[in-house]
Design a protein around this ligand. Sequence first.
Ligand SMILES: C[S@@+](CC[C@H](N)C(=O)[O-])C[C@H]1O[C@@H](n2cnc3c(N)ncnc32)[C@H](O)[C@@H]1O
Length: 262
Amino acid sequence: MSVSTRQRFLEDYRTIRSAEGRGSQDSSYYRALPYEDLSGKNSSQWAIRGKSYRYFGRRILSEIERETDRALDVLDLGAGNCWLSYRLSQRKHQPVALDIFADPMDGLKAARHYGCSFPVLEAEFDHLPFRAATFDLAIFNASIHYSTDYRRTLLELRRCLRPAGHVVIIDSPVYRLREHGEKMRAERHDYFEKRYGFRSDAVPSLEYFDEDTIAQLAKELNIKWNIHRPWYGLNWWWRPWKACLLGRRPPSNFWILDGVFA
Ligand SMILES: C[S@@+](CC[C@H](N)C(=O)[O-])C[C@H]1O[C@@H](n2cnc3c(N)ncnc32)[C@H](O)[C@@H]1O
């Protein structure tokens, strides 16, 4: 990504996130994430994040912990305000938080709120500043859909993972069909244009997965995916039926993809 493209992306991203009321001056806000949004400004989104993280901790991380039986070297990709790295440190692992956004409220500089230290790195996930085979586990939490090419992003990550290392993708939208994802993408850019006066498309991010793409990545990159479908509650379960009754495009799912490169 060129410097000017990155700058344009970050300007748009900062404008949108600050209008959404992301972040706080209060450290207790950050330390309560993802289970509680003490600002009350994005509570429904954090409720999903909390459920996904709880599921990940109980069903995926604990299994990897059993396999490895030592503190894990974990790469938190697109770490945002670093809440995930904080939670991983609490579990005695060794996270590294990486992002291109250093903002003190919503980016890497928010790491000061956690009262524990872990490395934070301003870098892109397509150019990872690490030697080969550095990490046991890499997590993209609500971030890989900013990639412009999943193949390139995952290949760069594969270089940095140890043999049998895991890549886990959480809270990125998954559609059954590509056309549904494309419709969501167009709606989102139209909404940004109306609300903020720009389309937020400086970077041609992919913005979603569809089932064919997941299968294709498995084949091309030799990844074995274990696909988890957490339960987000009745309202969530009911969304596709409601969309169908109202004649709208189907909503996304938040599956958790746990991948191991063969
Ligand atoms: C929606 S936020 C998610 C933040 C955090 N993981 C969470 O769960 O709250 C997406 C993050 O991905 C970061 N990001 C987008 N493109 C990136 C890239 N190419 N390399 C590294 N980080 C990127 C953004 O700056 C942003 O902080």
